[in-house]
Design a protein around this ligand. Sequence first.
Ligand code: GLP
Length: 242
Amino acid sequence: MLRNINLIIEADYAAMSKKAADIFAREVAGAPAGVFGFATGSTPEGMYAELAKQRADGADFSGITTFNLDEYHPIQPDDAQSYAYYMKQRVFDPLGIVRTNLPNGTAPDPVRECVDYENKLAIAGDMMMQILGIGNNGHIGFNEPGEVFAAQAAYVPLAQATIDANARLFDDASQVPRHALTMGIHAIMMAKKILLLVSGQGKAAILAAALTGPITPQVPASILQLHPHVTVVADTAAASAL
Ligand code: GLP
């Protein structure tokens, strides 16, 4: 059973990206100086490209403040694998966004960096919409499966499944950082709205587990069943086990 979740199924990746971009752009139009949460990963790339097209057609994203979910640690912001680099190239520059926040992948004290990041988030005000992807193991941000839901932002070891999944973006698995900084479950759940993008057959089983299975920290995305306003935009392949 789908609880409070608005499930939108689109034919393919392109249609999913377009639909998600339309939903996100409408939210920004309603709160042009609002706070918005961004995600990285392969899944939202098409949505970001769509938003860049919309900007070329006159949409204005320049007034928003953004917070990203996560970043590897340690990693330099000009490293092509860093989320800071991804965001600059694919989102911030193309969309003309200047008030941006990411966890600092070079922070000398990563635990302290998590506290500081959480404080910045709290001071920034209500997050209007948080964009999310889902990891193959059900993670959101870098909140990996575990014994408990990690409420606060955290400096976390990456699950082997995540290192393996993300190795495709590096020269080889040994290059993937072993740790990351991630926004916690509480901050994600505090967003007024959540927009979860899911694409491909490979995500079908975990999406079904997250949306219709037990709410368990073994599948971190399952907590979204308790959020009052979640929109899932999936392509038919990703939705095939629902
Ligand atoms: C990554 C990120 C997540 C992302 C997820 C899925 O490791 N930490 O924020 O949503 O895994 O990534 P992809 O969209 O590439 O499958």
